[in-house]
Write a protein that binds this ligand. Structure first.
Ligand SMILES: Cc1cc2nc3c(=O)[nH]c(=O)nc-3n(C[C@H](O)[C@H](O)[C@H](O)COP(=O)(O)OP(=O)(O)OC[C@H]3O[C@@H](n4cnc5c(N)ncnc54)[C@H](O)[C@@H]3O)c2cc1C
Ligand SMILES: C[S@@+](CC[C@H](N)C(=O)[O-])C[C@H]1O[C@@H](n2cnc3c(N)ncnc32)[C@H](O)[C@@H]1O
Length: 670
């Protein structure tokens, strides 16, 4: 597997024809035919994968269909496939997976797609959600349209070799082999074989021998057929020899194998209605699953997700790391979901894309930020450095320090997000349903309440009750810590025009209904549920240090600490500060199967992981639930419905619920 994170991206270097069509300088080739690009896409990719017929068949059963492409380019193939789905099979869910080494800059994308007025409705949606151009996988959802685009920015082989999902039809684009020989490599053909679903097909505009032979080796019966317009030939084919690999994972980590699929009835139960649970419920529900959410409290978002104001932020590290990659992907995913779920203008009271300023509040942070700018440069749409003057202008209050500004950052009322996610017609919420035990009988999980009554049952259960997962026999081995946090509310000073979130040790956001919310303390080994004046003091002191002028304007000195309100919550944290998302390991089986790791961590153990069938978890979201929970929901939905994974395989491993068992066995600690 290659490392997707190490790539640096260059955008497409284009020239334009007089008519306004793009030409690649990198490859000296055209993106699409000037006269009839749409007809060419129809002929080469849609017709020769028999898309209309296959989609129609799925329409009656509301199935889903997955297309994999090499070379996203202007997205023309994507838009044509989407339009066809709308025309012939509106009930079918469309997944489109693609890779692009030289993504078009957004302005170029608009210009190129402007050439096709007949696709403008689709193009407008794509342009609006076109991702910030950072390397790696991006999950872009068009919720109302029931279309997902999962797009890797980087080299095709790096993308597909670090990816899971089953492709029904391949669009092999990516410029002619004569002009782009390295892309059409045997290694890429291997990945195509590994990722092809039973019954997969492919088509491509080229008839080059390299592709014909490569696709034969990839297990396809290849036909050479008439090419488009004046082209003599092109290739198409059907999979006849599915992948011989026992699983999707490399043999070097069989403990991260995919679980077997359960839940033919497409129903699931989620325990816990905080952001982790509601995100998982929403991801499944929007793919046609019926989901019941069981919440112990009398309302949703009553645990850590109950703060009035949470901050959507990410703190990228100066060297790329798995943590940084995950939180960056989660941050971009949530920021794209918020307008879709919470609206844009009128409901501003629940969220605001106000940006987040990470101030260089001490010498260590200043040094960290300087390294970040040099070693991990990012597009300005993601993050850029600001001087104290620029920071003050952005914030609307005078600041002594500069820092890093994240324009997509936002504040959100987490409960509003949970509410919007559960407003889906396929989600039923049952409050007052505390689960004490989970039992298994006849392949079904039974959920038992504190009065010993079985109150729900299902083949598929998702545990999303944060550190309370430790009460269940099945997950009591997980290494969660509860970290107490307290926020402080500073009342009504409407005239303070703080326009962005300020972050340092603590944070303060723009006022909601005139009140500012300051967060948050960190206390391990403390389970006091009540607000403590000394914690209010800590919160106020941190903001005073961060932004003295603001503290003065908000008259912190005159506040009566004893009378301030706030809220206490408990973060559920894991030892490596990443959440646990995925199938629940069968602990005893893991301990038995992988015991040899105690003696020799490098040995090859060809024993696929054993899981508790149909049991999943999303928990351990620490202090960044807004960033991590929605993407974690997508990841769980991919595991459960065995569809397209939203993040690279090495990230799924990094989040795997079995990772601490393996780590401890290797260290001989279990
Ligand atoms: C003070 C504070 C400030 C924070 N600030 C931010 C921030 O600015 N930005 C950010 O991204 N994150 C922030 N976080 C972190 C964020 O709130 C969490 O990561 C997130 O809420 C975790 O969501 P969750 O669903 O895993 O947990 P929770 O929200 O705690 O949800 C768990 C749910 O499970 C229910 N439950 C528990 N046991 C059972 C049971 N046995 N049966 C049924 N239901 C059960 C609980 O009642 C609860 O509703 C903050 C956290 C705290 C404490
Ligand atoms: C003919 S264009 C694709 C047209 C596109 N499918 C569309 O609908 O507009 C080929 C694309 O493949 C991309 N490409 C070429 N080599 C690549 C590689 N190794 N990995 C990923 N993308 C690559 C090019 O940058 C270019 O955007």
């Amino acid at each position: 597997m290659t490392d997707s994170g190490s790539e640096r991206l260059s955008t497409a270097n284009l020239t334009w024809s007089d008519e306004g069509t793009p030409f690649s300088r990198q490859f000296s080739d055209i993106y699409f035919s000037r006269e009839n690009g749409i007809r060419e896409t129809d002929y080469v990719f849609l017709e020769h994968n028999q898309l209309a017929h296959r989609l129609k068949k799925l329409d009656c059963e509301s199935g889903d269909f997955t297309i994999g492409e090499t070379g996203f380019g202007t997205g023309l193939n994507f838009l044509c496939a989407w339009q066809l789905r709308d025309q012939v099979a509106p009930n079918c869910y469309l997944n489109f997976v693609s890779v692009e080494k030289y993504p078009l800059a957004k302005d170029d994308l608009s210009k190129a797609l402007g050439f096709w007025p007949e696709l403008s409705d689709y193009a407008d949606l794509l342009i609006a959600r076109y991702p910030i151009l950072t390397p790696g996988w991006h999950r872009i959802r068009f919720l109302q349209q029931r279309v997902d685009l999962t797009l890797f920015l980087g080299d095709a082989l790096n993308g597909y070799s670090n990816f899971q999902g089953k492709i029904d039809a391949w669009f092999l684009d990516g410029f002619a082999p004569a002009k782009n020989q390295p892309m059409w490599s045997p290694l890429l053909f291997n990945e195509i074989n590994r990722l092809s679903a039973t019954g997969a097909s492919f088509s491509t505009f080229t008839a080059a021998a390299q592709v014909r032979e490569g696709m034969k080796k990839a297990g396809f019966k290849v036909e050479r057929v008439k090419g488009f317009a004046n082209k003599r030939h092109m290739l198409r084919g059907d999979l006849i020899e599915p992948s011989q690999q026992l699983s999707d994972y490399s043999a070097s980590a069989p403990w991260f194998n995919l679980p077997k699929q359960t839940g033919k009835t497409r129903t699931a139960i989620v325990i816990g209605a905080g952001m982790a649970g509601t995100s998982a419920a929403h991801s499944l529900a929007s793919r046609g699953w019926q989901v019941t959410l069981l919440e112990q409290s009398n309302k949703i978002a009553d645990g850590a997700s109950g703060n009035r104001q949470g901050i959507l932020y990410c703190k990228l590290s100066s060297e790329r790391s798995i943590q940084s990659d995950f939180y960056q992907a989660g941050y971009l995913y949530t920021s794209q979901q918020l307008p879709q779920l919470l609206g844009t203008d009128q409901e501003k009271i629940y969220w605001q894309k106000c940006g987040v300023l990470q101030l260089a509040y001490n010498s260590q942070e200043t040094e960290r930020q300087s390294r970040f700018i040099v070693y991990n440069p990012q597009p300005e749409t993601l993050v850029y450095p600001v001087s104290p003057q620029q920071a003050s202008t952005i914030a609307g209050v005078e600041l002594d320090e500069g820092g890093l500004f994240y324009p997509e950052g936002a504040w959100v009322t987490p409960a509003a997000l949970c509410q919007a996610q559960t407003a889906h017609p396929n989600v039923t919420v049952r409050c007052g349903s505390g689960i004490a035990r989970i039992e298994r009988a006849r392949e079904i999980w039974k959920l038992v309440d504190r009065k010993d009554n079985v109150i729900a049952e299902s083949e598929v259960v998702i545990i999303a009750n944060a550190h309370d997962a430790l009460r269940f026999e099945q997950t009591k081995f997980l290494p969660f810590k509860a970290i107490r946090g307290q926020t402080t509310e500073v009342p009504g000073k409407k005239q303070i025009p703080l326009k962005t979130v300020l972050c340092g040790k603590g944070y303060i956001g723009p006022a909601i209904d005139g009140d500012h919310h300051i967060g948050a303390t960190f206390n391990l080994r403390c389970n006091d549920n009540e607000c403590r004046p000394k914690d209010h003091r800590t919160n106020l002191d941190e903001i005073t240090e961060l932004a003295p002028e603001l503290a003065k304007k908000l008259a912190f000195e005159q506040l009566d600490i004893e009378k301030l309100s706030g809220r206490v919550g408990f973060r559920c944290a894991s030892p490596d500060y990443l959440p646990l998302v995925g199938p629940v390991p069968d602990y005893a089986a893991f301990m038995q199967d992988y015991a040899p790791l105690r003696k020799d961590a490098s040995q090859k153990l060809m024993i696929p992981a054993r899981y508790l069938p149909g049991l999943y978890i999303t928990a351990g979201h620490g202090s960044k639930g807004l960033t991590s929970c929605p993407l974690a929901g997508e990841l769980l939905a991919a595991y459960i419905s065995q569809s397209v994974f939203p993040v690279a395989t090495n990230l799924t491993h990094a989040l795997h619920p079995g990772r601490f068992i393996i780590r401890d066995l290797i260290r001989n600690k279990r």
